[in-house]
Write a protein that binds this ligand. Structure first.
Ligand code: CP
Length: 336
């Protein structure tokens, strides 16, 4: 029996022993690999003519979104439906939050209707953690302020693994508005835990000095540099981040034109990376600002693959958090 086969067997018996998924920081390397393994099993369902298995029949998933979303909200809804769960979407603007109801009262009232999982996005860091403390229902963080976006990092890792043999040892550049990025934080925890070497880059005003310390104790490394060229040189993976103007109360750089000039990814800059580099972006993309349009649509880009993998990762998270195991996920797919 090869080491890979043994590792796979160990992963399939690792139970996901958490009530909630609030951040990647709370997960062990084995738990991360177990979610990714489950997502790999579920990927195939989305390629079938009838994209549905009964794994979560009778379960209720509430998507509670206090911030706009296209990819995360839609893919959580699709994920729930592909597993035969009932999915309900609630936007803050059309809920009683707009009449002054508090977040905690909203959660208590939703919980009174006995859902199995509440998936929540909120502009405040720590909002899902507050819900998790007062609710018996499982809470999944779909992005909280500038803190964490765990399912985004998981789908990013799945996309990287589709194209590279392993994450350990990869040179990964994460470039852009790091200060406001929950994607950067979740990816730092995930990729450094799995042994990648990260180069974190952006304008000095958007580059938190404490970022290197976040990876203390992980097997990978983190280098923070304001030089985009240094970050890109010989990179295996380039992850560009959106300039989050909605979270910037003050001016962090003189103009978008200058941001693009100094920190935008274009063809010439991408030549610094390895010839088999892959380019990623969590979306939504500001074309022509953090990334040139021809790179978004070009051969190196995996941006839409990331979106596709988002469904499988969210299926895996919903399945595991409601008591499924990675081993059973493979059976669910094979037997249906
Ligand atoms: N990547 C991401 O979170 O996109 P949405 O804001 O559209 O969900």
């Amino acid at each position: 029996m090869t080491i890979l086969v043994i590792l796979r067997i160990i992963l399939t018996i690792v139970a996901f022993n958490h009530k909630d998924l609030l951040g990647i920081k709370d997960l062990s390397k084995e738990e991360i690999l177990s979610i990714l393994d489950t997502a790999k099993s579920f990927k195939e369902i989305s390629k079938r003519p009838i994209k549905k298995v009964p794994s979560l029949r009778g379960r209720t998933i509430i998507n509670l979104f206090f911030e706009p979303s296209t990819r995360t909200r839609t893919s959580f809804e699709i994920a729930a439906k592909r597993l035969s769960a009932d999915a309900i979407n609630i936007s803050a603007s059309t809920s009683s939050v707009s009449k002054g109801e508090t977040l905690l009262d909203t959660a208590r009232n939703l919980e009174a209707m006995c859902p199995d999982v509440i998936v929540m996005r909120h502009s405040s860091s720590g909002a899902p953690h507050q819900l998790a403390r007062i609710c018996k229902t499982s809470i999944v963080n779909a992005g909280d302020g500038a803190h964490e976006h765990p399912t985004q990092a998981l789908l990013d890792a799945l996309t990287i693994l589709d194209h590279k043999k392993a994450i350990e040892g990869l040179e990964i550049a994460i470039i852009g508005d790091i200060t406001h990025s929950r994607v950067a934080r979740s990816n730092l925890h995930l990729l450094a835990k799995l042994g990648a070497n990260l180069r974190i880059s952006g304008p000095p005003t958007l580059l938190p000095p404490a970022f290197e310390r976040l990876a203390e104790g992980y097997s990978g490394s983190v280098m923070v540099t304001p030089s985009i060229e240094k970050a890109l040189r010989n990179a295996d993976v380039v992850m560009m981040l959106r300039v989050q103007l909605e979270r910037q109360a003050s001016a962090y750089f003189p103009s978008l034109k200058e941001y693009s000039y100094f920190y935008g990814l274009n063809k010439k800059r991408l030549e610094l990376a390895k010839s088999d580099v892959i380019v990623m972006h969590p979306g939504p993309v500001n074309r022509g600002i953090e990334i040139a349009s021809d790179i978004v649509d070009g051969n190196y880009s995996l941006i839409l693959d990331q979106v596709t993998n988002g469904v499988a990762v969210r299926m895996a998270v919903l399945y595991l958090i409601t008591g499924g195991s990675s081993a059973n996920a493979q059976k669910e797919v094979l037997e249906r």
